[in-house]
Design a protein around this ligand. Sequence first.
Ligand code: URA
Length: 205
Amino acid sequence: ARITQRLHDTQVETAPVRDALQSCTRCPLAATATQAVAGEGPALAALMIVGEQPGDFEDLAGRPFVGPAGQAFDALAIEAGLDRSAAYVTNAVKHFKFQPRGKRRIHQSPNASEVQHCRWWLTREIAEVQPALMLALGATAALALTGDGSKITARRGTVERGLDGRPVLITYHPAFLLRQQGDAERTKQTALMRADLALAAEMLA
Ligand code: URA
């Protein structure tokens, strides 16, 4: 299906949501994170890209996907002809979850309860942006958007129906590619994700 790209010249007011997010206590993660990281992008973007949660860099910068995973995603998106700057980029969970180890903060995946509590914010972002297509990066985003937390190996590259009825294209999380051991495996999985991003671009064309 081809989805008509919407003009995103009408700004929807997202600032009140962003401000309210900073005082969120729906789950315990706010207590240890530096700040909540809200989504960003054109207010009426046709595409909403949803990640897992802010990482170490994003927690400090206050912006989604600005660290290594974001850079890996940006490079792939360019290769696939997908314009990130035209998309609204956000995360399933808005606070960084980590385990302190010395001076380092080791990423921990959010659990189903944290995803469920934070869905309140994601629902608001979706209601404001009204995206025609959502791109789920990894299993946590897929869970938040579809309610299905099963492995994404067999689901990636397919379009599922989101909880609110919108189409959700499932793909890998870019950090998954960075974790691949061996050039052959990384090249293979990267090609699959690149194809998924090209499909998203095609659906929006
Ligand atoms: N990983 C994510 O899922 N989101 C970010 O914003 C950064 C890293």
